[in-house]
Design a protein around this ligand. Sequence first.
Ligand code: 2AM
Length: 175
Amino acid sequence: MSTVRLFFALWPSPPLAATLAGWAEQARPHCGGRIMRTETLHLTLAFLGPVDTMLADELAAATPEQRLTPGAMDVAHYGVFARQRILWAGPRETPAELQAAHDGMWQWLAGFGLAAPPQPFRPHITLLRNIENTHPPEPAPEPLAWRYDRMVLVASESLTGGSRYRVVAQSRPQA
Ligand code: 2AM
């Protein structure tokens, strides 16, 4: 069976991604680790993992018909996943409308036979991997307001030294 590794994400605009790259640069002297490339910065809404290519095609065809309820969040916080040695940026608390978008997304995905992971949704943008210091730097930079109105379906290919992401579809913004 041939598979493709997929996830749905919010993708920042180039200026927002550039600001987030500044957050990564600011944290790196404190945390060490490997900085993520600016053009790959994103917030995962739903990680699907390896999916059969036929199902991947169905999802790519269905995504443009989907609508994500537009919302906004304040990216105001550095966090750490110590076990994965990741430093991330994200909202301090998960906004209710983003949680609802995540939950609605998994309800829709259930129609494709896909099940949500058991662990709670923790919205984050990975900035550094393989960090040496697992205490996040304080304080975080000025909060960023991120307004979103669509999600993208992304295929991830593993390469030596990282991943290559390919946007295969995006949802229709609200009229
Ligand atoms: P990460 O940045 O915290 O590693 C592509 O790999 C995207 O999917 C990344 O945002 C990654 O999150 C996320 N991802 C990878 N494996 C995952 C998993 N098992 N559960 C949830 N998200 C995952």
